[in-house]
Every structure is written in structure tokens, then in C-alpha cells.
Design a binder for this molecule. Structure first.
Ligand code: C5P
Length: 222
């Protein structure tokens, strides 16, 4: 597959986890490293695209020539993503957004409740960033999601593809050894409304090149 020519195209990509504060010293998050999203940003840039990378808290260098917007929680990520989506041709949601956030952020450090060995935490649902963008009537970019699953991978991914009205979803099994979260490698299946393509396990950097080629072929086919 020759490298796509993405000059004049604008990509917006979310990457990494979100971090949802509980109080001034604690938060909820997940094991996303951001590697897949950063690799996609680098690959799109190498193909000539203008790239906005909306990054949760990760320890990764900004790929050369990429505009990076750092965010912490899901609502900040949504604000930055909505703004970037207004200007982009392709939106790729590679971030592992926390599904829920604490209902309140305590102003002071939460103290252990006296005399009880149990406590509960009230959570509220975070906005679904990619579903909001895919549901647009105007200025709707070609919209791609990821589905990190531990079982029934293709079934769950196909459900998300149609429920969130995505143009494409990239499914991976995060329970597989040496693949998915925090790994340098990944093995994915690409699903779109017309079918599925299984890709062999590869380095995320190589996989990103291939995925950007597949996305470009679909998004700019006419
Ligand atoms: O968490 P879930 O499996 O539903 O994620 C599927 C896709 O939706 C991913 O592309 C993820 O980035 C995106 N997502 C999002 N906002 C959320 C939850 C998920 O953009 N609040």
C-alpha cells in the first residue's frame, strides 16, 4: 500500500487516558499509554496532514510537526475535541476516556470515615466525545473510534460502530499478551459498515501507517 497523500487534510486525534479528580490528591484513571494515538498522529503528519493531537496525561514526546493540546479530564477533552472537529476532515478517537467521574470534586482531601470499613463513591457518566461528533448534522468529519475489549471483541465493536454512528471502528483485545494497553504492539480488526479486515500483530508505529492508509482510502474515496 503506497503512503496516502494527506496534504491539505486536517486530522484531529484524541489519545491517552483521562484523569478524573476526586479531591486535591486523588483521581480515577486507566492504563492507557497513549502510544496508539500518538503513533497515528505521527503517521498522519508524515503523510502530509495537518494534525491536532488532543492528549490526556501521558508521558510521550509530541510527534514532529503535530499541534498538541493537553487536557486532563473528559470534559476538557470534549471541549478541545469539539473545537478541533469544527476544522477537521477526519476525527479519530483513540483516547480511553473514563466512563464515569466522581459526582463532586472535594475541595479538601477526603478523610477516612470513622468507625466504618466501607465507603461508597457517587459517580456520574462522562459525555461520549466521539458519539457527539459522529452525531453532527453539520461539519461532520469522517469519524473513527477504537474498541478495547476483553471478550466478544468483534460483537462489542460492531455494536459500538452502529450505536455511536461511526464510519469505522478499530477493535482490539486488551487481554491478549503483548498487545493493547501499554504494549508497543497491537493486533486489531478494522470494522466498517461494509465489512471487516483483520490485521496481523505489529508494532503500533507500523500499524498506525497502515490504519492511516485505510482511513484515508475510505474518507477521501470520491
Ligand atoms: O469506552 P468505549 O469502549 O465506549 O470507547 C469506544 C470509543 O469511544 C473509543 O474510540 C473512545 O475513544 C470513544 N469514547 C469517547 N468518549 C467517551 C467514551 C468513549 O470518545 N466518553
Amino acid at each position: 500500500q503506497p503512503r496516502a497523500d494527506l496534504r491539505g487534510k486536517h486530522f484531529a486525534i484524541t489519545a491517552g487516558p483521562t484523569r478524573e479528580s476526586l479531591d486535591p490528591v486523588r483521581y480515577l484513571t486507566n492504563h492507557s499509554s497513549g502510544k496508539m494515538g500518538f503513533a497515528l498522529a505521527a503517521a498522519a503528519r508524515r503523510a502530509g496532514a495537518e494534525v491536532t493531537l488532543i492528549a490526556g496525561p501521558v508521558n510521550l514526546p509530541t510527534p514532529a510537526g503535530v499541534k498538541r493540546v493537553d487536557v486532563v479530564d473528559a470534559r476538557e477533552m470534549q471541549e478541545a475535541a469539539e473545537r478541533a472537529a469544527d476544522l477537521c476532515d477526519v476525527f479519530i478517537a483513540a483516547a480511553a476516556v473514563a466512563d464515569f467521574r466522581p459526582e463532586r470534586i472535594a475541595q479538601e482531601k477526603i478523610k477516612k470515615s470513622d468507625g466504618s470499613d466501607r465507603d461508597t463513591l457517587a459517580l456520574v457518566k462522562n459525555p461520549d466525545i466521539v458519539a457527539g461528533i459522529a452525531a453532527r448534522n453539520e461539519r461532520r468529519p469522517f469519524t473513527v473510534g477504537f474498541a478495547a475489549e476483553t471478550e466478544k471483541v468483534l460483537e462489542h465493536a460492531a455494536g459500538k460502530l452502529s450505536r455511536k454512528k461511526l464510519d469505522m471502528i478499530i477493535a482490539n483485545d486488551v487481554s491478549e499478551a503483548d498487545s493493547g494497553f501499554n504494549s508497543e504492539r497491537n493486533r486489531v480488526t478494522v470494522l466498517d459498515p461494509s465489512g471487516r479486515t483483520e490485521l496481523p500483530q505489529s508494532l503500533k508505529t507500523a500499524l498506525a501507517e497502515q490504519l492511516i492508509g485505510m482511513i484515508a482510502a475510505q474518507a477521501f474515496s470520491q
